[in-house]
Design a protein around this ligand. Structure first.
Ligand code: NAP
Ligand code: HSE
Length: 431
């Protein structure tokens, strides 16, 4: 009789691991009709057996020994949900080399070692799938590799970190300062005990590296991505942005043109009329532009137990279908180009700046003279009188300028006595 069960192993039983266990349980009755086989979690690798026992129906599936999974020829799919670089990298590579298929949500690992893992999968004719690594429950890797494969993609950008989007939403809607909004995000369980990876933009940077690699068919790694976090954003910046018709969002942006690829993460002003400006709270959204499809936007939950598990289980089901059709490793690494990645100073952006300047005649002329010297053209300007401090606040949005030129203009400005403080400098998304 044909074996109707495919055995899988979970590595890690934290937030996402538990979610995958639950989603597979929820799907148990329908699975065979849906994909032709039942997926059974035969083993779960954990560090602390006692702590994990309450999370599974049958604690005998728990193990703290990787070799029990690697050496079990009946386990054909390994689902890595431990996170971090090691031992995840070693375990995944050894699973692939042993002919097992692997699903992972590990963006930290894939953004750095993606090529090594995909090459190992190809060599061994097995699948290595990672839909959950970018924007959690939102399908974006598979749409880019498959549904949108007929496009030349020129841009992929969006809000790919839920914690920072929640913080910026609270700052915008309730006038909170950054530290109060972060405290609320921590209290509600959005931000982790150590929120550094989220608020400094590192988590989003890893996702941008993966997105750019897949969208442009050319490897972009974490170190190629220019990153700024949201820790310096103030409620005042958000108020001025609103006055100028914009919202502030932490955006991950990847573009390609004839000079190569640019990839960065930073807080940016975005016109309030742009669809991404109304993506609030902990939601994520990814916006793509291709020559055939034009614009397409993907929106949903970018993190969390069940939304992330939804993407992981989708990958597992895909592998089961591939196994049955005898077509594993059909779509592996799609990076067949070697495009250069631009340095940030060679990108062109619009800038928002908030300056505290001496309140006397001739100061604005001084500022515009420096702008003119470095080809910076003013698009919008606001001046607010704050006589009590003897200073005025000047807020400017520029037209597009080369970042290197803009930085030189800023360095020259910061040396002028009449310019007391450059309070903030942000980029502006759009033409
Ligand atoms: P988590 O809650 O910290 O869970 C990680 C689990 O892995 C824990 O059970 C941990 O055990 C176990 N683990 C870690 N190292 C291990 C080792 N060497 N041997 C055995 N078990 C080990 O993490 P998570 O939030 O589920 O995230 C898992 C992965 O999914 C990460 O790569 C993350 O970036 C990615 N991801 C998460 C989300 C999300 O919403 N959470 C969204 C998208 C992607 P202990 O409890 O004993 O430490
Ligand atoms: N910490 C991430 C976020 C979720 O806030 O979006 C995991 O990628």
């Amino acid at each position: 009789m044909e074996n109707k069960v495919i055995k899988a192993a979970l590595l890690g039983l934290g937030t996402v691991g538990t979610g995958v266990y639950k989603v597979l349980k929820n799907q148990e009755a329908e699975m065979e009709a849906k994909i032709g086989k039942k997926v059974k979690i035969a083993k779960v690798l954990v560090r602390n057996l006692e702590k994990a026992a309450a999370k599974v129906e049958d604690p005998s599936i728990l193990t703290n020994r990787w070799d029990e999974i690697l050496g079990d020829p009946e386990i054909s799919i390994v689902i890595e949900l431990m996170g971090g670089i090691e031992p995840a990298r070693t375990y995944i590579l050894s699973a692939l080399n042993a002919g097992k298929h692997v699903v992972s949500a590990n963006k930290d690992l894939i953004a750095v070692h993606g090529k090594e893992l995909l090459d190992a999968a190809e060599r061994n004719h097995v699948d290595f799938l990672f839909e959950a690594a970018v924007a959690g429950g939102i399908p974006i890797i598979r749409p880019l590799k498959q549904c949108l494969a007929g496009n030349h993609m020129t841009e992929v950008m969006g809000i790919v970190n839920g914690t920072t989007n929640f913080i910026l939403t609270k700052m915008t809607q309730e006038g909170m300062e950054f530290k109060d909004a972060l405290a609320l995000a921590t209290e509600l369980g959005y931000a982790e005990a150590d929120p550094t990876a989220d608020i400094e933009g590192l988590d989003a940077g890893r996702k941008v590296a993966i997105l750019a690699s897949v969208a442009f068919n050319s490897r972009v790694v974490f170190d190629d991505v220019y990153i700024e976090g949201i820790t310096k954003i103030s409620a005042k910046d958000i108020c001025y942005a609103k006055e100028m018709g914009c919202d502030i969002k932490l955006l991950g942006v990847a573009r390609q043109d004839e000079d190569g690829v640019e990839a960065y993460v930073c807080p940016m002003l975005i016109p309030s009329s742009h669809p991404l400006a109304s993506v609030n709270d902990s939601y994520n959204a990814v916006f793509v532009h291709g020559d055939a499809v034009e614009d397409a936007m993907f929106f949903g939950r970018g993190a969390g137990e069940l939304p992330t598990a939804s993407a992981v289980v989708g990958d597992v089901f895909d592998i089961v279908r591939n196994i049955q059709a005898g077509c594993c490793a059909r779509i592996g690494c799609t990076c067949y180009k070697e495009l250069p990645v631009k340095k940030m100073e060679n990108t062109y952006n619009r800038y928002f700046m908030r300056l505290k300047v001496e309140n006397r005649c001739g100061v604005l002329a001084e500022i515009t003279a420096i702008f003119a010297k470095y080809h910076v053209s003013v698009a919008q300007i606001i001046q607010k009188d704050t006589r009590t401090e003897g200073c005025a606040e000047v807020v400017v949005i520029t037209d597009k300028v080369r970042e290197g030129d803009f930085r030189t203009a800023m360095a020259e400005m910061s040396n002028r006595e009449s310019i007391r403080k450059i309070s903030s400098l942000l980029r502006v998304y759009g033409k």
